[in-house]
Design a protein around this ligand. Structure first.
Ligand code: ADE
Length: 225
């Protein structure tokens, strides 16, 4: 999968992809992340990218022209499955959406700033608008990093143990069970004996039960749906 990210702050998008699973995904050739500095398509000598909003009001708006030029240039070289704008008024991100997006080949992500981007870009190019939660970030970059991480780890071959994503919280609509490692007892607390029993079927049943209990207690809304 290739992900092209249009941003005014590409520096914010380096470290999140240079470690751990995201690094491995790229090294193994499963994921290519390309960031594009929007200012390179800015207008005039000052490479202007934003302007005051029509109708008045505080805050600058990212102009349509630099975004349009950048998107057109990318589209002239690649066919995209989705052009995604990260915005707090988008569809709320979740595991289902990450699963769906992981089936795509090429994506563009657009990171907004200031008051947002000219509406005409949203109307003309954007095929999907995604929010990572009901709060406002200073820009779309951190949201883009979250989105890319949630998608990238699902690409076939990325995780060492292919099955491990299957047991993540949310993957079957419920939360993950508790996990333990050595020692078998610490802080006056012992590992649940069933996990030491070597009895696979009983362990699976215990995990399922704990997942269900935890979901019922913490996120009953997941069970409703
Ligand atoms: N940009 C600013 N806030 C955001 C959010 N919550 N989700 C996605 N993009 C954003």
């Amino acid at each position: 999968m290739t992900i092209d990210i249009i941003t005014l702050l590409p520096e914010l998008l380096t470290s999140p992809f240079q470690h751990s699973i995201m690094q491995r995904a790229q090294q193994k050739g499963h994921l290519e992340i390309r960031t594009h500095q929007l200012r390179d398509w800015g207008i005039g000598k000052s490479r202007q990218v934003d302007d005051y909003q029509y109708g008045g009001g505080a805050g600058m708006v990212i102009m349509a022209e630099p975004l349009s030029k950048c998107i057109e240039e990318l589209k002239s070289k690649t066919t995209y499955d989705e052009i995604i704008f990260l915005t707090p008024d988008g569809e709320r991100h979740n595991q289902g959406l990450a699963n769906r997006l992981s089936l795509n080949k090429n994506l563009i992500l657009i990171c907004g700033h200031y008051k947002g981007i000219d509406q005409r870009i949203r109307d003309h190019y954007v095929t999907l608008e995604i929010s990572i939660g009901d709060y406002v970030l200073s820009g779309g970059e951190l949201a883009a990093a979250v989105l890319v991480d949630s998608i990238g780890r699902l690409l076939p071959g990325v995780l060492n143990d292919e099955t491990s994503a299957l047991f993540d919280s949310f993957q079957d609509g419920i939360l993950a069970p508790p996990v333990y490692t050595r020692p078998a007892e610490i802080l006056g607390r012992a590992v649940p004996p069933v996990l030491l029993s070597g009895h696979d079927k009983k362990i699976q049943e215990w995990r399922q039960e704990k997942s269900y209990e935890s979901t019922k207690q913490r996120r009953p809304d997941l069970l409703d749906s």
